[in-house]
Design a protein around this ligand. Structure first.
Ligand SMILES: NC(=O)c1ccc[n+]([C@@H]2O[C@H](COP(=O)([O-])OP(=O)(O)OC[C@H]3O[C@@H](n4cnc5c(N)ncnc54)[C@H](O)[C@@H]3O)[C@@H](O)[C@H]2O)c1
Length: 336
């Protein structure tokens, strides 16, 4: 696969929306490690997740534009001012926030994504690639698909506003390709876990690891099957999608480790025995299928990175332990 992101100046200039969030912070970390200094476009003034992951020297290399994706004018200015060639669009409100305020959810998740495509259309000779976060939440509950692995191309039967908004983005991406020739890649993560995952319905496994490290009680409020994807792998897939020169408006469903939540607990208890004292599981299964075929992703982007579950949990616990020793482990998310 050819790499269109050379390190030297004058090559690719990447802007990530929402990169002060969980997945974006990891993409930024990996890009910095590879000598690529991206621009971050986010409404958040603080950089809590980035500070947990990056060295002081890396923090100094960050290039931040404070901005809202709902402002086409501001987003366009950021892209033009910095000669952006690649946009990785992550900014979004997650399932509970879209449920609580669907109008705000649509404004950020749908109009914000349209703004990204508008910038790409208006500056087509400069912006060469759009990659955006969709979600496995475009699919409905497991029972709608008759059990087993959900095949590529299965119908999108979501029953959340968030899922409908992500579907709308996939549809708009297709229309931008058909009518304007704007190529894009959508990535649909599942239950992503790792340092920085502190909100959303599937944040429970990460919070459980943090609770075990901090010695705090925590209840994971979901049961049944999940597709556990380690955030380093998810970040790598976004970067590969940005590096690729795939034509069309493609959407890929990554697959991590498909397990029952009880199996996650078993591994957690084996690696961090004090967790037995602190972590419980209760509640309903996710309203989203969790066992997906990822053959299209493997065909177009190469073998999927799949960090084994025990390694991902261990790496996450080690980072949390380091932050705990330094008195920097923020446990405020364990209250929610
Ligand atoms: N984490 C997961 O397991 C998961 C699963 C499937 C899909 N996704 C999708 O991946 C993307 C990243 O998820 P995440 O877990 O990193 O989310 P996150 O909530 O941790 O981060 C979202 C970021 O977007 C920023 N943001 C919110 N509204 C904004 C606005 N109007 N303008 C600019 N920035 C804004 C926030 O400040 C935050 O930094 C999202 O699109 C999400 O829907 C995540």
């Amino acid at each position: 696969m050819s790499n269109v992101m050379p390190r030297e100046a004058g090559g690719s200039r990447i802007l990530l929306t929402g990169a002060k969030g969980f997945i974006g912070s990891w993409i930024v970390k990996i890009l910095l490690e590879r000598g690529l200094d991206p621009w971050i476009y986010d409404v958040d003034e603080e950089a809590k997740r980035l500070e947990s992951l990056l060295t002081g020297a890396q923090m100094e290399r960050l290039r931040f534009v404070r901005g809202d994706v709902t402002s086409l004018e501001d987003l366009e200015k950021a892209a033009v001012d910095h000669g952006i060639t690649h946009i990785i669009h992550l900014a979004a409100l997650q399932v509970p926030y879209c449920a609580a305020d669907p109008i705000l959810g649509a404004r950020v998740n749908v109009l914000g994504s349209l703004n990204v495509f508008e910038v790409a259309r208006r500056h087509r000779s400069q912006v060469r690639r759009v990659v955006y976060a969709s979600s496995q939440a475009v699919f409905g509950p497991e029972e709608f698909y008759g059990g087993g692995t959900v095949p590529e191309g299965a119908p999108l039967l979501t029953n959340t506003h968030y899922g409908v908004f992500k579907q709308a983005n996939e549809g708009n991406a297709r229309v931008y390709y058909l009518t304007e020739g704007i190529a894009s890649v959508g990535v649909r993560p599942g239950t992503v876990y790792g340092v920085g995952r502190d909100r959303g319905i599937t944040s429970g496994p990460t919070k459980a690891i943090k609770a075990a490290v901090a010695g705090r009680p925590y209840t994971i409020r979901l049961t049944g099957g999940v597709d556990m994807q380690y955030v380093r792998d998810t970040a790598e897939i976004f970067i590969r999608a940005a590096e690729s020169q795939i034509e069309g408006a493609k959407v890929y469903t990554p697959r991590g480790r498909v397990i029952e939540i009880e199996e996650f607990l078993e591994v957690l208890f084996r690696l961090l025995p004090p967790a037995k004292q602190w972590v419980r599981v209760e509640g309903k299964p996710l309203p989203i299928a969790y066992d997906f075929d990822d053959s299209a992703l493997v065909r177009d982007l190469g073998p999927a990175p799949r960090t084994p579950l025990d390694q991902g949990i261990r790496e996450t616990a080690e980072i949390f332990e380091g932050l705990y020793r330094e008195g920097r482990l923020d446990c405020s998310d364990l209250e929610t």
